[in-house]
Design a protein around this ligand. Sequence first.
Ligand code: ZN
Length: 496
Amino acid sequence: MAPGRLVDEEVAWPLPTVSADQYSYEGAPRNVAYIQSLHYPKELRPKSYEIQGTHPDSQILFVDVKILEATGKLPYLGDVFIRGQRIEAIGHVPQKGILLKDPKVRVFHGKGRTLMPGLGDAHAHFSWNGSNLDRLGDIALEEHVLLTARSARCYLDSGYTMCFGAAAAKDRLDIVIRDAINAGDIPGPRYLANAKEIARTDGELVAGITAFADGPEQFEKVVSHHIDLGADQVKLSMSGEEITETRSAQDCYYTDEETAACARTAHNRGTRLCAHARARDSVKMCVKHEVDVIYHASFIDEEGMDMLEVKRNRHVVAPGINWLIATLYEAEAFGYPQSKAEKVGYKKELETAIRGLREMHRRGIVVLPGGDYGFAWTPHGTYSRDLAHFKNLLGFTAHEAIIASTFGVASLFMRSHEMGQLKEGYFADCILVDGNPLEDVEVLQDHDKLNIILINGRVHKAARSEYLPPSMATHGNNAIVPEDFPEVKATMQREI
Ligand SMILES: [Zn+2]
């Protein structure tokens, strides 16, 4: 194991030459340009999955909505027309008068509410049980499949339409749920699936959910095996985690040769890697060997920051910051008091991470929200706390936090040409929010304010009152609400 701990109590940010003012900013979202400059090699493109079931003739018209495109433009009032899976017109809808009178067009009256793209999570664990960590590995397969499906639905209920899998508790949990979502069999966000995280035998973080390898040859085999299973990306568990008390977040378990072997194997097969990399040396190894997605990066040092800045069009960082905050301040009710969390190092890690992440954002490194929901004190359904943390702690504006979660995660999917923004021709994955998320990003945490949720041009959530014209909404109990367009249903049985 490399002795990679930060010796100094303090990291170098803010740098002496940078005044604190440079971290406070209220202008146009800076990270639109950062995300646009991301450039993964073409051969690493994951499959362009499509969700089945949307009737091609389905027509939905949103009128009088405040459109938050997630392109960087400020919200504006207008209408949005959706045909089949995709947005056909935005802002000004031609022939709106005719569409309003057409009984085949489903009309939703926004009344000034905000229509924005569905959110995205860059580090999702559908198979985490929201409960006792030590028992995660003991859940029987059948129950675990159901639990994983339930989390997928919970993401969509929470306004999330894109999730990037960051490890599953069993080999194929993520993969079968992804396939079931895409087949239209179960509700859930668009998903890029992972398999188990891969650790060295001396580096396991949670019992019973890890695949093991030691030495470059074994790593090659396990990475290949996960791709054979159907994983869209492969997870390396490179550093420790303070809660284990035996494997420090400042220790990196992988060797250079092992990391290089993983990268070579995955990239040769067109697959990307993501890594649990809290330790200083694990972050540097990720950059050196092109491990595409860097999770946490808490203990990055100046050299690592410079390396990452040079390669900022090749990597994204997803800190999973809510885990640190909740473990430190909110775990007492679950038997993990703050004094204990501070003692093992979470306070120091959180402070160090915040400073590093603010500096990354200042330097144009893409930092994305999401991460590690599904533990007892980071329960499923609370995912958009990340956006508030980005705003309150990491120097993001609310608009930048939203851009990161929408446009940013669509770029992580390598599909920002058709997802993550409200634009003509893009998939109709969107949420109607009762509030202004640019002024109050916390509103996204209130499920009752997520009035309508659409994925792939289909209504996942809308109260009955949304289906009624405004004149009938108050006394419309007798109104006849026509059915949505029927789902195009395929058989559940597929080739194995
Ligand atoms: Zn995780």
